[in-house]
Design a binder for this molecule. Sequence first.
Ligand code: PMT
Length: 404
Amino acid sequence: MTAPIQASPLAGRRIVLGVTGGIAAYKSIEVLRRLVDLGAHVVPVLTEAALNMVGPTTFTALASERVKTSLWTDTDPIPHTTLGQTADLIVVCPATARIIADYRMGRSADLLSATLIATVAPVVLCPAMHTEMWEHPAVQENLAVLAGRGVSIVPPEEGRLAGGDIGKGRLAAPEAVVATVLDLLSAPGSLAGTRVLVTAGGTREPIDPVRFIGNRSSGKQGYAIAREAHRRGASVTLVSTVDLPAPSGIEVIAVATAAEMEAAVSRVAPRVDVVVMAAAVADFRPVAVADQKIKKGDGVPKIVLEPTVDILAGLGKVKPASQVLIGFAAETEELSRNATAKLQRKNADFIVANDVSAPGVGFGHETNAVTIHGADGSVLQVDLQSKDAIACAVLDAAERRLQR
Ligand code: PMT
């Protein structure tokens, strides 16, 4: 009788395993072994301090590629971008206070920190350190900021630490680390087979060759939605006015003005299942754009404005019954009344309302807080949290509507 074939849930997935200089570095060998057993292609990256704790030979023997340790000794001239761009996930196990601080600050101090900064793949950090270090406000603040950016943290356990101390700070069990990786990489793909169109950023309406009417949108909320839709298996098109890193596999159409965004959206929208208009589109634009830079010496110019096309309202008019149309509403007063008025006026299925006058909400922030108003009368309040978490709530609403 032949043995049953083991499922390889991580087959074909490239994982960078970062190992830093904590005493728990030896435990990352077990994590490496388990990931390889699950079918992953694992590339270990050891810091200089990690090499004081563990030997590279063991990692090379068990991994899918030989250990990488330096920005300078590899035959690849830019190893950090190659590793970061090709990774499906990076897990740092153990993660010392030093790598956590470098990653939070965007400081590229060695191959591992450079790789972390160069990636748009999901990142898992598994902190391990002495209790005093773990409890230090700087470490906790760094982790909170990283979690707000969508980094997954596998918290340490209580237990025996180096030097005989007992307390919180012991590296999480390999099973917990691997379970987090599995969660992130083998999610069922709840949007597999669907097509999603997302807009992001603020439009720029030119006044002359150097000036424009714009707004404070950074595009972070729209990119978070595009990333999450991609992670859930959707085929994603992102119409964007900003240049943020997007995962490979997302089609990005760069635009600047409301008219360009309208042209791109109306081309793509008829063939998608979900449209999310997270962009802050200008309501007005100058009637005439000066050919040359307007000179101060010519006096204060009179800039006459005209309305732009309302893209969302236009989509609402021609929307197929099966399509889920989601708009945002950036408000500074009367949040609920204005959002429900927009819901009806634009014939959307949902309006995601954010009170952009509240701290940490809306334009430019890493966080957002929204109320999702449904055309079916549903109202869902999502308190202040990362834009990635808001993206999940928005797409959960879209999925519920698709299922109906
Ligand atoms: O980009 P971030 O810095 O992450 O900030 C996120 C955000 C605050 C930009 C986002 O959460 C948000 O609220 N986006 C919508 C901003 C906006 O333009 O709101 P509005 O109330 O003016 O427009 C309502 C809806 O109509 C929006 O979906 C908008 O995309 C759409 N619209 C508006 C005007 C227009 N001419 N055409 C449109 O399609």
